[in-house]
Structures are given as structure tokens and as C-alpha cells.
Ligand binder design. Structure first.
Ligand code: ADP
Length: 337
């Protein structure tokens, strides 16, 4: 598909360039032919006038015409050949560079389409597993003639858990596509960093409480220019992970400082940590580190950090993680505000 589109675009480029070139050649040909004819007429007129004024010249001595009409015709033909040759060169050069340029023009579109296809296949792969397990559980129940009401209740409550997880997945997929828009730009507004922290903490309040985790703050409050809601989303993702992957009654520190026009935000936990070789993958879509997968029931689909990365990129910033297994993880974010 990309190849056909590239060839079509090249043909269009070529068509436009050749149309301009041919029109230009036609004009050049007309101008040059007119100039030759005008020059020939002027010269003939001058010689004939000289001849008429000169009394010594008689009719028998009349000079031959200065320009042979055959010569003029030949000159015109030469111009046509030269112009045709120039047009041929333009055709070859424009064809080559048109093919190159159309490749460059279509490259971002191709990358976007490839990315979208990858996204769809990843998402459907993730959806298939829980849907299959839901279907199997219900089918097994229906096939069993001696099924009791209690068993039905058990299956339904298990399935509700699975449906809740699917809901989280669809919410995260939506969130990711929203931050993934090709010309995605954030609406910046003036906001206090303490407000963002307060709202993010409020959103994770129930899980913080459930694990009796203490969130400490080490912040220098300041006003920043950023998209409020995406920053809350970002902090919620980092806090949610810190809580999920930390033991009960542990501590999480949020530190913030503003230097020049940059904001430095850190979320530090005392959790299970991430192995060194996995650190470079955690921002990939649907990636879950081994330690997270071992903790059955904990964690999601490996989308949180890819959403976080998109938010940071929309603010032209950087996000990175440092971690020590069983000691804790620090996520550092830096962006211009
Ligand atoms: P998930 O929904 O699985 O948490 P994320 O994209 O948020 O997906 O994170 C990707 C992976 O990075 C997680 O599966 C986990 O292995 C690892 N991870 C992220 N944050 C932490 C953390 N604070 N401590 C330990 N591991 C983490």
C-alpha cells in the first residue's frame, strides 16, 4: 500500500513539474523564434536599404539574402531539440527526486499507520485472554447439569472481577489514544504544583489507606504552566504503581523543585524494585516486569507507564526510572513549565 501511494505521489509530482517545464519550454521556443525572425527582418531591411542608397549597385549586383530560410528553419529545429533534451533531463531528475521526496512525505504517515496497527493487534491480544476465560467459565457452568446456585454466584463474582479489569484496560487504552494524537498538544494553564499533588493523592486515597502507606511530601510549592489534568493523570500513575509495588506500611516520598523554567518531580518508593535489564522496557506498551507478574492480582496491563511517558513527551520533558530490587524505585520527571 505504501509503495503504491509513493508511486502515485511521484506521478503527481512529476506531472506538475513537467507541466510547468513544458509550458516554460513553449514560451522559450516562441520568444526565441520571434527573436530570430525579428533579427532576420531587421538585418534584411538594413542591407536592402544600404543597397538602394548605393548608386554603384545595380540590380545585377544585388547581394544574396543574408539569411537562408533553411538556416532559420534549422535554428528553430535546434531549439526544439535542445528544449526536448532539457525536458528529458528535468523528467529524469524530477522523477528521481520526486520518488525520494514522496518517500519522505509519506514516512510519518507510514509510521503512524504501522503504530496504529501494532496498537490494535496488541490491544486485541490483551482483550482476548480475559474474554476467553470469561466465556469458558460460563460455558463450563452451563454444560454441567448439576450446577448449583452457589456455583453460579461464585462464577459471577469471579467474572465481575475480570470485567472490572477489562474496564480498566479499556479506560487505559482510551487514555493512551487520547495522549497519542499525532498533533497532540496540551492546553497549558497556570497552576500550583501543590494542587496537582493534592488531587492526585485524593485519587489514590483508598488504595493508600488499604495498604497503610504514608505519602510524604518534600516540595517547594510553585506555579507552573502545564496541563492540569494530564499532570494529575501522570502523578496518579506514578503513585498508583508505587503503592501497588510497595509492601504494607511503607513510605512513599514525592519531591518537587523548580529550577529556571524546569520542573523536577520525583516519586520514591521502598517497594519490590525493578531488575536492571527490565528498566529499559518498562515504558513500552503492555510491558510488565517479571516481579509484577509474579505478584498475582497486582498491577494492570503494562499501560500506565506508556501513558505517563506520552504525557511527559507532550510537555517536552523526560521521564526515567532508577531502581534496586527489593530496595525501591525512583521515577524522575523533568519538563519545561
Ligand atoms: P502496570 O499496570 O503493570 O503497573 P505500568 O506500565 O504502570 O503497568 O508499569 C510497567 C511495569 O513496570 C510494571 O508491570 C512493573 O513491573 C514495573 N513498575 C512500574 N512501577 C514500579 C514501581 N514503582 N516499583 C516496581 N515496579 C514498577
Amino acid at each position: 500500500m505504501f509503495k503504491t501511494a509513493r508511486i502515485k505521489l511521484t506521478v503527481w509530482y512529476l506531472l506538475i513539474i513537467m507541466l510547468v517545464s513544458l509550458m516554460f519550454s513553449l514560451t522559450i521556443y516562441k520568444v526565441l523564434s520571434n527573436e530570430i525572425e525579428r533579427f532576420e527582418r531587421a538585418q534584411r531591411f538594413r542591407i536592402e536599404k544600404q543597397w538602394q542608397e548605393n548608386q554603384f549597385f545595380d540590380e545585377a549586383n544585388r547581394p544574396p539574402p543574408l539569411f537562408n530560410p533553411e538556416l532559420i528553419k534549422e535554428s528553430k529545429q535546434r531549439i526544439i531539440i535542445d528544449l526536448a533534451f532539457i525536458n528529458l533531463i528535468i523528467f529524469i531528475v524530477a522523477g528521481g527526486s520526486g520518488y525520494f521526496l514522496s518517500g519522505k512525505t509519506l514516512k510519518p504517515i507510514k509510521e503512524m499507520v504501522d503504530e496504529q496497527n501494532r496498537f490494535i493487534s496488541d490491544a486485541s491480544h490483551e482483550l482476548r485472554t480475559p474474554l476467553t476465560s470469561l466465556k469458558t467459565a460460563m460455558e463450563v457452568y452451563l454444560r454441567n447439569n448439576n450446577s448449583t446456585l452457589d456455583e453460579a454466584k461464585e462464577i459471577i463474582s469471579e467474572n465481575i472481577g475480570e470485567v472490572n479489569r477489562l474496564q480498566v484496560l479499556s479506560d487505559q487504552l482510551l487514555q493512551l489514544t487520547q495522549y497519542q494524537k499525532p498533533n497532540g498538544q496540551v492546553k497549558r494553564e497556570k497552576i500550583l504544583i501543590s494542587t496537582i499533588i493534592k488531587e492526585a493523592k485524593q485519587k489514590v486515597k483508598s488504595i493508600t489507606k488499604a495498604k497503610q502507606i504514608i505519602i510524604k511530601e518534600n516540595i517547594t510549592d510553585c506555579e507552573i504552566q502545564a496541563d492540569k489534568y494530564s499532570l494529575i493523570d501522570l502523578l496518579v500513575i506514578l503513585l498508583d504503581n508505587a503503592i501497588k509495588y510497595s509492601p504494607k506500611k511503607s513510605q512513599i516520598i514525592i519531591s518537587v523543585r523548580k529550577e529556571d523554567s524546569y520542573l523536577y518531580l520525583k516519586v520514591i518508593d521502598q517497594g519490590i524494585g525493578i531488575a536492571k535489564d527490565e528498566l529499559s522496557h518498562i515504558f513500552d506498551r503492555f510491558y510488565r516486569a517479571d516481579n509484577a507478574r509474579q505478584k498475582n492480582g497486582v498491577g494492570g496491563y503494562g499501560l500506565g507507564l506508556s501513558i505517563a511517558k506520552k504525557i511527559v513527551e507532550l510537555h517536552h520533558g523526560l521521564i526515567e526510572a532508577e531502581s534496586k530490587v527489593n530496595k525501591g524505585t525512583t521515577f524522575s520527571v523533568k519538563f519545561q513549565v
